[in-house]
Design a protein around this ligand. Structure first.
Ligand code: ATP
Ligand code: MG
Ligand code: MG
Length: 350
C-alpha cells in the first residue's frame, strides 16, 4: 500500500487520515505538538519540530507523497522534504497563500476582485493607507492569521494606534471593509490530469472571525453560482494545483470579491461529509494520489455547525436527532474559541 504523508495533525489531518485509510492507503502524520487529533487515526505519527532535519528526512523517506493540512510549514522544511518526495499541492500554492499581500496580488493578476489593500509596516504606512482606503477597514497580519486572529478593525482613523498594538508590529495589510450581503466559499479540486471538480458553493456565517455555520445550497443566483465556480477553477488552473482548495468569497451588489484562498481542505467544506458521495477529504486524497476525482455532486441539503469551546456540551442533544451526523476531533481539553468538532444536519434532499 502506498503511504500518504500529512504535514499537520489537527482535525483536518485527522479527517484526511480517515479518508486515506478508507481508500486503502497508509498514513504518516508529521506534527510538532504532542497528542494531536490525527494521532488516534493515523498509522504513524512523528512528533518533531520542522527544524529537525533528521526527522523530516525519515518522514519523507517513509511516504510516497506529501500533503499538508495547514499552510504555514516553514520554507526550509519544505525544501528538504521536496528534495526527497513530491509535495502536493505544489510549493507555489503555499508561497502565494502564506502572505496576504502576495495572495491578493496573485488574485488581481488573474483579473479577480479583492478588497482594496495596502501594506503596513509602520505608523506612517497605516496613516497613509487609511487616507487612501478610508474606514471602516481591517488591519491583518500578512502571515499566520486564522480564525480572525491577528486582525483589528478600524472603524475610524482614531482606532489606528490600537490596531497597530493589536498586530504587535508584525508586517501587516490594511484591507478596506467590504460591504457584503453574505459570504460563500467554493471547495474546489484539481486532479493530476488538470481536471477540475467543484462542490456546490456553501454559505458561511462567521461569529467573531470564526466560522459558525455553512449552509448548502447558498443564496446565489445561477449566474453567481457559475461565476463563483469559474473563478475558483481559474485560481486552481493558474497554480497548476493538485488537491482541494477553499476559496472564500464575499457576495456584494457589485459582484463577487475574493476574501482569501486556503490551499487545503477547508472548514467550510465539512458539509460534504454528509452531503456528497465523495467528500472533500476523499477528494483531496484522490487528487494527491493521482486517482480520478468525484464529480462534487450534492445529494442532500446540509447545515454544518461548528462546535466551539463549550458547544461540545450539546452533543448529547444532537445525538438524539437522527438527521444530525456528529464529527468529533478527539481533543481532550476544552478551551474557549477552540474547534472541538462539528455537526452536519441534513435539511432535505438536494
Ligand atoms: P480563516 O483563515 O480561519 O478563514 P482568517 O483569520 O484568515 O480566517 P479572514 O478570512 O481574513 O480571517 O476574516 C475572517 C472574517 O472576517 C471573514 O470571513 C469576514 O467575515 C470578515 N472579514 C475579513 N476581511 C474582511 C473585509 N475586508 N471586509 C469585510 N469583512 C471582512
Ligand atoms: Mg485565513
Ligand atoms: Mg477566512
Amino acid at each position: 500500500n502506498a503511504t500518504i504523508g500529512i504535514l499537520g495533525g489537527g482535525q483536518l489531518g485527522r479527517m484526511l487520515s480517515v479518508a486515506a485509510s478508507r481508500l486503502g492507503f497508509k498514513t504518516h502524520v508529521f506534527e510538532p505538538s504532542a497528542q494531536p487529533p490525527a494521532g488516534h487515526v493515523a498509522d504513524k505519527v512523528t512528533t518533531a519540530s520542522y527544524e529537525n532535519a533528521e526527522a523530516l528526512k525519515a518522514f519523507a523517506a517513509s511516504v510516497d507523497v506529501i500533503t499538508y493540512e495547514f499552510e504555514n510549514v516553514p520554507t526550509s522544511a519544505l525544501d528538504l522534504l521536496e528534495s526527497i518526495k513530491p509535495i502536493r499541492p505544489n510549493r507555489r500554492a503555499l508561497a502565494v497563500s502564506q502572505d496576504r499581500i502576495s495572495e491578493k496580488e496573485f488574485l488581481v493578476d488573474l483579473g479577480l476582485k479583492v478588497a482594496p489593500f495596502a501594506a503596513v509596516d509602520t505608523a506612517e504606512d497605516l496613516d497613509k493607507a487609511i487616507a487612501e482606503i478610508g474606514t471602516p477597514a481591517i488591519l491583518k497580519t500578512r502571515r499566520f492569521g486564522y480564525d480572525g486572529k491577528g486582525q483589528s478593525r478600524i472603524m475610524a482613523p482614531v482606532d489606528a494606534a490600537k490596531a497597530l498594538e493589536d498586530v504587535a508590529g508584525a508586517p501587516s495589510v490594511l484591507e478596506g471593509f467590504i460591504d457584503f450581503t453574505h459570504e460563500v466559499s467554493v471547495i474546489a479540486a484539481r486532479g493530476q490530469a488538470g481536471d477540475v471538480s467543484c462542490f456546490d458553493p456553501g454559505e458561511n456565517v462567521h461569529i467573531n472571525g470564526i466560522l459558525h455555520t455553512t449552509t448548502v445550497p447558498a443564496t446565489l443566483t445561477s449566474s453567481q453560482r457559475m461565476d463563483a465556480v469559474l473563478l475558483a477553477a481559474k485560481v486552481l488552473n493558474a497554480l497548476d494545483y493538485v488537491g482541494v482548495m477553499g476559496v472564500e468569497i464575499f457576495v456584494t451588489k457589485q459582484g463577487l470579491v475574493v476574501n482569501e484562498i486556503a490551499p487545503r481542505v477547508h472548514n467550510s467544506g465539512h458539509w460534504t461529509q454528509n452531503g456528497c458521495v465523495i467528500d472533500q477529504f476523499e477528494q483531496h486524497i484522490r487528487a494527491v494520489a493521482g486517482w480520478p476525482l468525484g464529480d462534487g455532486k450534492r445529494h442532500s441539503n446540509v447545515e454544518m455547525l461548528n462546535l466551539i469551546g463549550d458547544d461540545v456540551d450539546k452533543i448529547a442533544d444532537y445525538a438524539k436527532d437522527g438527521s444530525v451526523a456528529i464529527h468529533m476531533y478527539g481533543k481532550s481539553d476544552v478551551k474557549a474559541g477552540r474547534k472541538m468538532g462539528h455537526v452536519n444536519k441534513i435539511t432535505g434532499a438536494a
